[in-house]
Design a protein. Structure first.
Lengths: 191, 312
């Protein structure tokens, strides 16, 4: 039990690098960048990668709709089955995959919260291949924290953070966590 | 979880995780590429010492859609018919580097026995009169879908009548054990000669009066009457059995509206189930078959998806 006299935050150092309004501004810019690169919302399909990519894709879709005045297709793409470390980890129950119609010849935008090793996105490419043949695949992430293990780059990034290996970059979203924030936590162990 | 030998090994969390994942797996059936890479490089041997079409085929499809290599071994024409013992057959196959055996055997307890011999993981696809866990899971999956289509979730307060030859049925034991986990209330209906011994300890209601159950059952599950049992003197004639325990047209009308009709197949039309009931709008028989592949994909993924073979 914690002693109330020394009731300080845990010895881990956690700092917030972006709050609610900064997350909102970043997402608005990302929506505009996607539209600019695609010359409008024509053929766009936003696919969020569970868990936090899903609400992010929903928000980006809403922002794009606000600018363009018409809805943009949006769904979820679970990549659990396609992970290259599936066998090394305890069995996990996959999330939902919900694709809004055919993705053939569309421009799929993969949406995730944090881009780190790039392996999740690598797995997402494999998952997409089984679902159809998009004309192009783009990547939108709220945070790029570096340390890539695969040759993958995002097309639009909310915030680039130079985080060390022993730091954990976490995104909180109101839909799941009650608040919007990007935090860095020092874990003290190399990940 | 290392093996799936019976519903007795499952916890409520396991059972619900299997049902939930099966819903995702069912989506694969409607995709252009019916393939998930989850079990790439795994080898599954379906070894059936009893005839079966639907169970064996659906296990084979399930393994293939998850990218495992599946091989069917029929005991007929194998070294078993040359007199090799079950243990030697299984150890031989095990030595070839098989990851999982899906086994059906006429003796109760065979799957558990095999699991104690081999290094591979074992799924029981029916052992004698003991258990047939994937059948019970797909029954539960079908029922849950049916309940949801009527606007309610879960098994709590639902009455599930299982009718027929309970004595020789492995499906009934698995279903009772599974419903004990999920919260459904099972009523067993059978002539006294076809009740298994010890049924009073199963924790469910038992009756020989089918008609009294009809108006309150949410599901009626009809079990096949095995014609070969007739010689055993369990009931006087087929007609008499149908009169007492068949889901006739008349009984179909006495069912509560929206009650679902299940049958694990193969059906004896005109004996335990009338054609009118088998083809009724609320018959779930074909849905059960359709759920079979999804449930077996879910089970195989839970057992073989991770090297730890651990279910979370």
């Amino acid at each position: 039990m914690a002693d109330p006299a020394t009731d300080t935050p845990s010895p881990q150092f956690s700092r917030v690098v972006a709050d609610e309004s900064e997350v909102a501004r970043a997402l608005t810019r990302m929506a505009h960048e996607l539209l600019e690169a695609n010359h409008g919302a024509e053929n766009l399909v936003l696919l969020g990668i569970p868990t936090r990519g899903v609400p992010l894709a929903r928000r980006l879709a809403a922002l794009i709709e606000k600018v363009e005045g018409r809805p943009v297709r949006q769904g979820e793409l679970d990549i659990t089955m396609y992970r290259d470390d599936l066998r090394a980890n305890p069995t996990r129950n996959p999330g939902r995959t919900a694709i809004p119609g055919s993705i053939d010849d569309s421009v799929v935008v993969l949406v995730d919260d944090v881009l780190y090793s790039g392996r999740t996105i690598g797995a997402a490419f494999d998952a997409l291949r089984d679902l159809g043949r998009p004309r192009a695949v783009r990547l939108a992430v709220l945070v790029d924290r570096g340390h890539r293990e695969l040759p993958i780059a995002a097309d639009t990034v909310g915030r680039t953070i130079q985080a060390a290996d022993d730091e954990r970059v976490a995104v909180q979203l109101a839909e799941l966590d009650g608040t919007d924030a990007i935090t860095i936590t020092r874990t003290g162990k190399e990940s | 979880m290392r093996h799936l030998l019976g519903c007795a090994d499952l916890s409520a969390t396991d059972a619900i995780a299997i049902l939930d994942l099966a819903e995702e797996m069912q989506q694969v059936q409607s995709r252009p590429v019916k393939k998930l890479p989850a079990l790439r490089g795994r080898t599954i041997v379906n070894i059936f010492f009893e005839d079966s079409t639907r169970t064996r085929t659906s296990f084979e499809i399930a393994g293939k859609w998850l990218s495992a290599d599946t091989i069917n071994v029929s005991a007929k024409g194998s070294s078993v018919s040359k007199g090799e013992s079950l243990r030697d057959t299984m150890l031989t196959l095990d030595a070839m580097g098989v990851d999982c055996f899906v086994i059906r055997h006429p003796s109760s307890g065979a799957a558990a026995q095999v699991a104690s011999w081999v290094r591979a993981q074992v799924v029981n696809a029916g052992d004698g009169q003991h258990e047939h866990p994937t059948q019970a899971l797909l029954d539960a999956y079908t029922m849950r879908k049916h309940f949801r289509s009527l606007g309610n979730d879960g098994f709590a307060g639902k009455k599930i009548a299982i009718v027929g030859d309970l004595l020789h049925s492995r499906v009934v034991r698995s279903n009772v054990l599974l419903q004990n986990l999920l919260g459904g209330e099972v009523v067993l209906v059978a002539p006294p000669t076809l009740l298994p011994t010890g049924v009073e300890n199963w924790g469910c209601q038992v009756t020989s009066d089918f008609d009294s159950v009809l108006p309150e059952a949410d599901i009626v599950m009809m079990l096949r009457v095995q014609r070969e049992r007739m010689a055993g003197g369990y009931f006087p004639t087929e007609r008499e059995y149908t009169a007492g325990y068949g889901l006739t047209e008349e009984r179909l009308r006495a069912l509560k509206p929206g009650a679902g009709i299940c049958h694990p197949g193969p059906m004896n039309r005109g004996v335990e189930i009338s054609s009118a009931a088998a083809d009724a709008a609320n018959s779930l028989v074909l849905e059960q078959v359709a759920s079979g592949v999804a449930i077996r994909m879910s089970v195989l993924y839970h057992l073989l998806g991770s090297d730890e073979g651990a279910m979370r």
